[in-house]
Each structure stands twice: as C-alpha cells, then as structure tokens.
Design a protein around this ligand. Structure first.
Ligand code: DC
Length: 232
C-alpha cells in the first residue's frame, strides 16, 4: 500500500454496487469507508419511528426538530463488521428494510436533511484516506476529491442484485416490486432540486453490468497506479 492518501468519491445510481466497490477499495487501500446513503436512511428511520415520515407524506417541520441532537455514526460490531449507529444503537439492519428504501428518496430531497448529512460527512472527511459513496459526493460534498468514479449498470441487473441482497437478509420480495423501487429512486435522485445525481465533469464512468468485483478492483488498480502512483 502507498503512503499517499487521497479522497475517492464513488457516485452513481442505486444498486450499482457502489458500497461493495467502495468498501472493498477502502479495505485494500487501508482507507476509511463511508456510506453516505446510510445517513439518509438513518434520518428516514428516525422519521418513521417518530411518526413524521410515512406513506402519507413527511412532516418536515417535526423531522427537522428530530435532527437536533441526533447522533448517527459509523462503527464496527463485535464481529468487526461495519455498522451504522443511531444514538448509540446499531440500526444497520433496520435502515436496509424495504420500508426505509421506499421512503428515503423524498427525505433525501429536503435541504435541511442534506445539510445535516453533509455536516457529518465533512467531519469524517477532514482526514484524507477515505472512500465515500453516494449520489453527490464528487459534485457537492467533496468537489475537490482527487478521484471521482461514477457507477452505472443495467437497471434489470441492478434489480436482480438488490433482490438477491434482500433474500440473503431473509426478506423475500418480487422482482417487479424491486425494479419499480429502483426506477422510482432513479427518477427522484436525478430530478430533485437539491444536489441531483449527475456525473461530475471530471468523474470516470464505470459500467459494471458485466463485471465481477475482482474485475472492478483490477480497473481501479490501473487508475490508481497510472494517475497517482498508488499501488493496491
Ligand atoms: O445508496 P443508498 O440506496 O443507500 O441511498 C439511499 C438514498 O439516499 C437514495 O434514495 C439516495 C439518497 N442519497 C443521496 O441523495 N445522496 C447521497 N450522497 C447518498 C444517498
């Protein structure tokens, strides 16, 4: 591993494998991995628990109040797995539920929610040596990131991946429902007013529809070496 530390921003559509890519890259580089989507999911979970986020809409004023003093952070559990904690409680499984997945996009549209999340991310990003994934990391959160990657993949491949992930977590859900959720989130992510998902002008695109994780790591290895002289 090289001593030079950079910030790597990994943005892209949902279920393109950003988090697996970013987490694996961070492990191989000895960097810290940060999942920005987990923070939006944490805020959504808080909203559901307090009754201000639901299928009937969002009570934005009450949600904003709930964020005062709310602590969302990343840590590891007893087995060394990366987890998301909310006010000290491990909420990793709960933030991955289909309920949170289907309500998170409109929550992530709210400017005060984006400010809340950006504050946490920028705090973590004070030190270099970070791989962060999300939708607006290379455009808004860290526009000066040394390496920006924009991930895409075929929507059906993405739906299949999401379905498998959920099955592994013991949740059975139909392909059409997962596909509809992905299409809806793509639409909201790319059309919202605040920080919509767009490819930064200086981002490198990675379409991983037909790639394995090792193939992706080979691709990354080439870029890190040729652009930064970093070896993994
Ligand atoms: O990557 P994910 O599916 O866990 O993200 C959850 C939601 O949060 C998704 O609807 C998009 C939103 N998000 C965002 O708006 N900006 C980010 N930087 C990361 C996620």
């Amino acid at each position: 591993m090289d001593a030079r530390k950079i910030i790597i921003a990994v943005d892209g559509y949902s279920s393109t494998g950003k988090s697996t890519f970013a987490r694996t890259a961070a492990e191989r580089l000895g960097y810290v991995y940060l999942d920005s989507g987990a923070l939006y999911r944490g805020v959504t979970l808080k909203g559901i628990e307090t009754g201000c986020v639901g299928r009937d809409g969002i009570d934005a004023a009450r949600l904003e109040e709930c964020l005062h003093g709310l602590d969302i952070s990343f840590g590891r559990d007893g087995q060394g797995r990366l987890r998301t904690f909310m006010d000290g409680t491990d909420v990793e499984d709960r933030i991955r539920s289909i309920e949170v997945s289907s309500l998170v996009s409109p929550v992530a549209e709210l400017p005060f929610v984006r400010d809340f999340v950006d504050g946490i991310l920028q705090q973590y990003g004070r030190e270099k040596g970070i791989v962060m994934d999300g939708r607006d990391i290379g455009t808004t959160v860290f526009p000066d990131a040394e390496l920006k990657i924009f991930m895409t993949a075929d929507r059906k491949v993405r739906a299949e991946r999401r379905m498998n992930e959920m099955e592994e977590a013991g949740k059975k859900i139909g392909f059409e429902e997962v596909l509809a959720n992905i299409d809806e989130r793509d639409y909201i992510d790319t059309h919202r007013k605040t920080s919509p998902l767009t490819k930064a002008a200086d981002a490198i695109e990675l379409d991983n529809s037909d790639m394995t994780l090792e193939g992706e790591m080979d691709w990354l290895r080439g870029i890190l070496f040729s652009k930064f002289g970093i070896c993994i």
